[in-house]
Design a binder for this molecule. Structure first.
Ligand code: NAD
Length: 292
């Protein structure tokens, strides 16, 4: 052995070991991420995850108090100026335009847009009012359309591509029991994402979708009326809902907002640089034709 070879054999593993101890570079350092529904639940976890990855984060929500709290938490952890709260009602074209405008005025660019804001509803079809049907369409499928359209406009101008990530639902592909209005609107989101992936590809705009099933977001979706409605659908007590959802999964787990945020982070970063029109299901393994 030459001295150099002997040295390499002796020290190379050590060098590798040292390398593995170095923190990985933060993949969204210097990037800007705009997250709708970032004031609570899954959206809030996404904001925290993307900020931890180095991004400046914009919390776009109708809940001013929740947005301010999320911004405060991010700034405490990552420094002043790392987060911005913007009022954004995803059913209003004007509000969305203003929210993007405010983002551009503050940070100059937008690199990642996460369309996540949503509501949950539950009722058998005979009891689903037209108003409930239309509300689901308005906030979910139309809201995702409006936010995406604005993101595309900004990205076409910036001409550097972008990553659009949808938080849709397992109900986008599976028939949710007593949730036709919600599921149909969520299915529209998924198909919209696929169409936009096709439209944006040549401009370097990637569009991918995460499909959560039941997520213990500890938010409005899980509290009060909705919890009672879901429990009634399955014929169980409201406090048995978590167990019901856990038992339904192949892995026998509950899924949390942080699990969804991790998948969103994958699509937001160059880890998924060659993926568009993609779908990542994060549900603990619920069969696609599940009976709830
Ligand atoms: P959540 O209620 O905690 O959060 C929703 C957020 O959206 C809230 O901060 C709310 O203020 C905001 N919002 C509602 N209407 C809005 C509007 N018009 N404009 C702007 N913001 C608005 O709910 P979550 O569980 O975090 O849900 C987030 C997304 O995940 C939704 O799209 C939901 O459909 C989807 N999802 C949730 C679950 C679950 O079990 N929690 C499962 C599958 C999919």
């Amino acid at each position: 052995l030459s001295a150099a070879e002997a040295f390499a054999i002796e020290y190379w593993p050590l060098e590798l070991y040292k390398l593995s101890l170095k923190p990985a570079p933060r993949s969204l350092a210097g990037k800007v991420a705009f997250v709708t529904g970032g004031a609570s639940g899954i959206g809030k976890s996404i904001v925290h995850r993307l900020a931890a990855e180095g991004a400046h984060v914009v919390v776009a929500d109708i809940n001013a108090e929740g947005s301010a709290k999320t911004v405060e938490e991010v700034e405490q952890k990552h420094g002043k100026g790392k987060a911005l709260a913007v009022h954004c009602d995803v059913t209003s074209e004007q509000a969305i335009q203003n929210a993007f405008q405010q983002t551009l005025e503050t940070y100059g660019v937008v690199d990642v847009v996460v369309s996540n804001a949503g509501i949950a509803s539950s009722a058998p079809i005979e009891e689903t009012s037209l108003a409930m049907w239309e509300l689901n369409q308005k906030i979910l499928s139309t809201g995702y359309f409006l936010v995406s359209r604005e993101a595309f406009k900004v990205w076409r101008k910036q001409n550097v591509g972008g990553s659009l990530v949808y938080v849709a639902s397992k109900n986008s592909v599976a028939a949710g029991k007593n949730a036709a209005a919600y599921s149909a609107a969520k299915a529209a989101e998924l198909h919209l994402a696929r169409c936009l992936a096709e439209e944006g590809g040549a401009a370097g705009i990637r569009v991918n979708t995460v499909l959560p099933d039941a997520v213990l977001s500890g938010s409005s979706i899980w509290d009060g009326k909705w919890r009672a409605e879901r429990a009634a659908t399955y014929g169980i007590a409201p406090d048995q809902l978590e167990e019901h959802y856990r038992k339904r999964t192949t892995l026998r787990v509950n899924v949390f907002p942080e699990d969804i945020a991790e998948a969103v982070k994958f699509f937001a970063t160059s880890d998924s640089a060659k993926t568009t029109g993609g779908v990542l299901t994060v549900d603990g393994g619920v069969p696609i034709a599940y009976v709830r």
